[in-house]
Design a protein around this ligand. Structure first.
Ligand code: EPZ
Length: 419
């Protein structure tokens, strides 16, 4: 299994470009199933999860072409299967997002249940309830969700018990071709939901309220071919900002959008970072100083993102002062902490709260993470630890960070991929 070997102690310095957002690209690629024609999606990051998504769309009958401008063209004219098989769903939970578009356009879908996950139980009950409220009949048998409609989906009022990004996206996609009006109340307000809605609008959907907690969809008969550019990845952006802060360095991130990560920028300023922003760039300068500890509580957008919690735990582990880190979204998202403790971090866990007393130095170790952001956080600790850190199982990182070695090299980090 591939690993990263990281020599710690180098301040990051330089400039890189931020890629398209994984968590926007995945639902947007799935949404092409709604179009009886060709969709052209640009700024798609080069990631294993994108490859899995294109493979899944391929099994359903979509054909994909990558243009010379690296746009992804997906032709969903000849869909001939309605089944998302276990083999693909088990490698990527976001495969559940084919449910809404398949049901909306064809009235049928068989999707393997995703099962458990390293960061929590992650049920899909809200996805299923939403589809049922739109009129689908759902059976769960032999590990598969079997969803059918007799006469197409019908618009309805859906009140979400919990704010869920994926369920909001799935229901949104299902409702596009439904008859009548659908309202999703207590909808997720994440920028990725807004990006999906904007893509669907470009395809001819009638949606209002995306980015607020009530989304209204007036069903339309069909969608048409469109071109759409995926928004910048706010979590990749935040991760490189933390990489600069933790190493007391200075980075300029281009092709990003500071408006998408206000909560993160606010917290980074509290660490002592000087941050300047423009329309599509962010510069962070630590002026060589050790970061100050900052307490965080994860929350749905516009709160502090759970996908940045592990990276801030890494930052706090070597910051001056004590911080508390409260994880409110997923029940098991502290797996990185045991590994950080092995590197000398002083962190204790009490339920969903971690108490972190910043230490002056971390020591290298061989560490391993069980999910994407945890792996990224261990790379961050490796960048500051004394000696040579090995981060094992980096296939997690390849699911979500486009060209991470190249980008870190461009910023002056010393790391290499070893097997
Ligand atoms: C999305 O996952 C992201 N994934 C996650 O990013 C992110 O951590 C998460 O949203 C929260 O922001 C993608 O966009 C592909 P949720 P999702 O449904 O949609 C509970 C990363 O590292 N819930 O908003 O699966 C659930 O258990 C990944 O890039 C139900 O109870 O998350 C959780 O506690 C990891 N029933 C909460 O809602 C449901 O039917 C929020 O989860 C659905 C969710």
């Amino acid at each position: 299994m591939e690993k990263f070997q990281i020599e710690g102690g180098y301040k990051l310095n330089g400039s890189i470009r931020i890629s398209g957002a994984k968590n926007a690209a995945l639902p947007i690629l799935m949404s092409t199933l709604l179009v009886d024609g060709v969709s052209t999606i640009s700024n798609v990051p080069h990631l294993n999860d994108v490859t899995t998504t294109l493979a899944l769309l391929g099994t359903l009958g979509s054909s994909t072409t990558i243009t010379d401008k690296l746009e992804v063209q997906i032709d969903a004219t000849n869909i001939h299967s309605y089944k998302a098989p276990y083999d693909l769903v088990k490698t990527m939970r976001a495969s559940i997002l084919v449910l809404g578009p398949l049901l909306g356009r064809f009235g049928k879908a068989d999707v393997s249940l995703p099962g458990g996950c390293a960061i929590g139980s992650r049920p899909v009950d809200l996805h299923l309830k939403g589809m049922q409220t739109l009129g689908a009949e759902i059976d769960v048998n032999d590990g598969y969700i079997r969803a059918r409609t007799k006469d197409g989906l019908k618009g309805a009022k859906i009140l979400m018990d919990t704010v869920s990004v994926g369920a909001t996206e799935n229901i949104l996609m299902a409702a596009i071709l439904a008859k009548g009006i659908t309202t999703i109340e207590n909808a997720a307000r994440e920028p990725e939901v807004v990006d999906l809605a904007q893509c669907l609008i470009a395809m001819g959907a009638n949606i209002s309220g995306a980015g607020t907690d009530v989304i209204t969809i007036q069903g339309v008969d069909k969608l048409q071919s469109a071109s759409y550019k995926v928004q910048p990845d706010r979590i990749e952006t935040g991760t490189y900002l933390v990489a600069a802060a933790i190493t007391r360095g200075k980075v300029l991130l281009k092709d990003t959008n500071p408006e998408l990560l206000e909560a993160v920028i606010l917290k980074l300023r509290e660490t002592g970072a000087e941050i300047k922003t423009g329309v599509d760039w962010i510069e962070l300068d630590m002026k060589g100083n050790r970061p100050k500890a900052v307490s965080i509580k994860t929350a749905p957008y516009p709160g502090f993102p759970t996908d940045m919690q592990a990276q801030f735990t890494a930052l706090n582990s070597i910051a001056s002062g004590t911080s508390t880190i409260k994880e409110n979204i997923f029940e098991n998202r502290f797996m990185h902490i045991n590994e950080m403790q092995r590197m000398g971090a002083n962190i204790s866990i009490d339920g969903n709260t971690a108490i972190c007393v910043g230490v002056k130095t971390l020591k290298s170790a061989q560490v391993m993470a069980t999910d994407l952001r945890a792996s990224a956080s261990l790379v961050l600790t490796g960048l500051v630890a004394e000696g040579s850190t090995i981060v094992d199982r980096i296939y997690h990182i390849d699911r979500g960070y486009d060209c991470i070695e190249e980008k870190l090299h461009a910023l002056g980090a010393k790391l290499k991929r070893v097997s």
